[in-house]
Ligand binder design. Structure first.
Ligand code: 5GP
Length: 199
């Protein structure tokens, strides 16, 4: 039994929801699922590496990527631009691998419009209070940026209805299990399985 084309997953969640941690665990535990590396005009945070966490580009380089139609989607988020390079996503899907885009709501809806088969997953914190304390304890952003991200989180959560699945990140192990179960279930979809029972 072989897999045909891979499945495309879009994971969104307000910053502080812990989606990076949940995703990191799922990617480490599962085979054949890959995270797309986005391009951004944001400055790297400490420890972030070009080509690993993001492709850190200038505004000119980002504009060029848009003009050359190299992005599957792009959006502005709290003053910076973010976009998904299209070619690597299609290469991985065509090779039968599942691909995860970790992107915000506007980009997620653009991709869903272009790729209706994509599965949209929203990761939420158990409450906004938990979100605020997670954001502050990270200590990577100023209070002003934290406030802007909290406001953004509220408007993002208002758009949860457009998503196929909601994963609540209260207990990390449960959230990891939920997300990997969604990806596993996708592999059993009739269209995802190439089965030659009679050969
Ligand atoms: P951060 O600056 O915290 O790394 O990311 C800020 C937001 O941008 C997060 O919600 C993240 O999911 C989103 N993001 C990251 N890459 C992309 C992308 O390629 N496209 C879009 N639309 N959003 C992205």
């Amino acid at each position: 039994m072989n897999k045909k084309k891979g499945n495309l997953y879009i994971v969104t969640g307000p910053s502080g929801a812990g989606k990076g941690t949940v995703l990191g665990r799922v990617l480490a535990e599962m085979d054949n699922v890959f995270l797309s590396v986005s391009a951004t005009t944001r400055q790297p945070r400490e420890g972030e590496k070009h080509g690993v966490n993001y492709y850190f580009v200038t505004h000119d380089e980002f504009r060029q990527m848009i003009e050359q139609d190299r992005l599957l989607e792009h959006a502005e988020y709290v003053g910076n631009f973010y976009g998904t390079p299209a070619a690597p996503v299609d290469e991985m899907l065509n090779a039968g691998k599942d691909v995860v885009l970790e992107i915000e709501v506007q980009g997620a809806l653009i991709v869903k419009g272009k790729r209706p088969d994509a599965t949209l997953i929203f990761i939420v914190p158990p409450s906004f209070d938990v979100l605020a304390s997670r954001l502050r304890s990270r200590g990577t952003e100023s209070e002003e940026v934290v406030q802007r991200r909290l406001m953004k989180a509220r408007s993002e959560c208002a758009q949860m209805d457009a998503y196929d699945y909601i994963v609540i990140n209260d207990q990390l192990d449960d959230a990891v299990h939920d997300l990997s179960s969604i990806i596993r279930a996708g592999r059993c979809r009739r269209g995802s399985v190439a089965l030659n029972l009679f050969d």
